[in-house]
Design a protein around this ligand. Structure first.
Ligand SMILES: [Zn+2]
Length: 477
């Protein structure tokens, strides 16, 4: 069995191990047993991060140590009607046309392939220096493991992160981020007599990841809904509720409002909203061809948000920065700074919460865009807090591990790899906090549709990724 086949066999084995973020105990035990069975040094910190160490091969004692890093958890998403329990069941996959694919669930190649590649190297007789394999926990839900990692947990000064999704690309930088949350307090007012209640809904937008997809210019359903509501602020109506969006790192695909309007105006509201839907379809015909705006009768409501807060909320959500704020002037095509208006919730009576997130690979710009969002919220009378800040990873084009991996790639495949930074968070940014001297790259095989049912792994790219990784650790000096 060659190295790549071995990685695939180990990954198939890992598809049977439950590992949802926050419930990594089975995969942690799997890693510990893997080390114990082979007499490898293994330690686990109080957070659940695991380190397995393989000492240098004879004659390789003077080669600097390399850390390989992957994350233990996976995103667990499945089709709504698909009977499946991520806490017990093995992920069902098929192999078809050169892809390994999970049709109705996530596959967990993000980052099961990183785990499998690390374990395959730990179990191999490839001659290399000291290898330290780090397996962090809960990357997908806030990088908890990377945040909690203690300096000194591993010794290597070179780290290869195995959590990228494009073979042939070597990642050398990532964005930092921060979440900004605003809260509006409102008084409940009685719905005025003689009104009809209408629901307004924008759906069918593509959404996407607030880092990777923010430059696609897609519809933000919540902001567009507020654009429509803003156009009617001078009229007599009441906002019963506003909701939309989900996670801070997702672009809002769907948003809805319930409004109480004078009975005589109901038809004009429905017409205007339909016309607005046509406008959106025309404006976004390239990015979001299926976007729609639908008005419908709703159950009568007794209470609404007070007028004062309605004006401030709708104006703020329409006026907030959303999308790309700056492109990199050094790396072509790289979004440098952005903001995402993510979600609105009304879970607590009398309170409206707005969730936003900002990203930048430049710390000062990250703080500036977060302050700009804060300024709009403050102007509109909200309480604002910033939380969950994590640092970025600034590209170092003269990195040693970058040079080694580029030379290896050219030797193996006869062409140059592409060198990129991403506008999303990687754990690498957090490692720099505790291990500021670290020299890093991030690589991986080609994955598509990660974090959603249908996630798939390109098997030809897995072969190349494995050959590349093995060659790097063999020839590293
Ligand atoms: Zn991942």
């Amino acid at each position: 069995m060659n190295f790549s086949q071995k990685v695939l066999e180990i990954f198939k084995d890992i598809t049977r191990v439950p590992r949802e973020s926050g419930h990594e105990e089975h995969i942690t035990a799997y890693l510990q047993k893997f080390a114990a069975d082979r007499g490898l040094e293994c330690k686990t910190d109080s957070t659940g991060n695991v380190l397995i160490v393989k000492s240098a091969a004879p004659g390789k004692e003077n080669v600097p140590a390399i850390a390989l890093q992957s994350h233990q958890d996976m995103v667990c998403e499945k089709d709504g009607d698909f009977a499946f329990d991520f806490a017990h069941d093995a992920v069902p996959y098929e192999i078809e046309d050169g892809w390994m694919i999970a049709r109705h669930t996530t596959l967990g190649a993000d980052d099961g392939i990183g785990i499998a590649a690390s374990l395959a190297l730990l179990d191999s007789d490839i001659p290399m220096g000291k290898l330290e394999c780090l397996f962090t926990i809960s990357e997908e839900t806030g990088m908890d493991g990377a945040f909690a990692l203690e300096s000194g947990f591993f010794d290597a000064r070179t780290l290869i992160n195995l959590d990228s999704e494009d073979e042939g690309l070597i990642f050398v930088g990532c964005a930092g981020g921060i979440d900004t949350t605003a809260t509006y307090q409102y008084t409940q007012e009685e719905v005025r007599p003689g009104t009809l209640t209408i629901s307004l809904r924008i759906s069918g937008a593509l959404g996407g990841h607030s880092g990777d997809d923010i430059d696609k210019g897609r519809v933000n359903a919540l902001q567009q809904l507020c654009r429509f509501l803003y156009s009617r602020l001078r009229e007599d109506w009441q906002l019963v509720s506003l909701s939309g969006g989900n996670k801070p790192n997702a672009i809002c695909r769907e948003a809805g409002a319930v409004v109480a309007v004078p009975a005589g105006d109901a038809a004009s509201w429905a017409d205007a909203f339909r016309a607005f839907g046509a406008t959106l379809k025309a404006e976004y015909s390239t990015s979001d061809p299926s976007v729609e705006a639908v008005a419908a009768d709703a159950a009568p409501a007794s209470h609404a948000i007070c007028d004062d807060v309605t004006v401030r909320l709708v104006s703020a959500l329409f006026g907030l920065p959303h999308g790309v704020a700056a492109m990199s002037m050094d790396i072509p095509g790289l979004v440098q700074t952005s903001s995402n208006l993510a979600a609105v919730r009304m879970d607590t009576p009398g309170e409206i919460t707005v969730i936003t997130s900002q990203r930048s690979s430049v710390v000062s710009e990250l703080h500036a865009i977060a302050s700009k969002v804060e300024a709009v919220f403050l102007l509109s009378g909200a309480d604002v807090r910033h939380h969950g800040e994590y640092p970025g990873w600034k590209p170092n084009m003269s990195s040693h591990i970058l040079k080694v991996s580029v030379e290896s790639y050219k030797k193996l495949f006869g062409c140059d790899p592409e060198i990129k930074a991403i506008h999303a968070g990687l754990e690498c940014g957090l490692f720099l906090d505790k291990f500021p001297y670290l020299d890093m790259i991030s690589i991986g095989p080609t994955l598509r549709g990660v974090h959603a049912p249908g996630e798939r792994l390109d098997l030809a790219s897995l072969d190349k990724f494995c050959d590349h990784l093995a060659d790097i650790v063999t020839n590293f000096q």
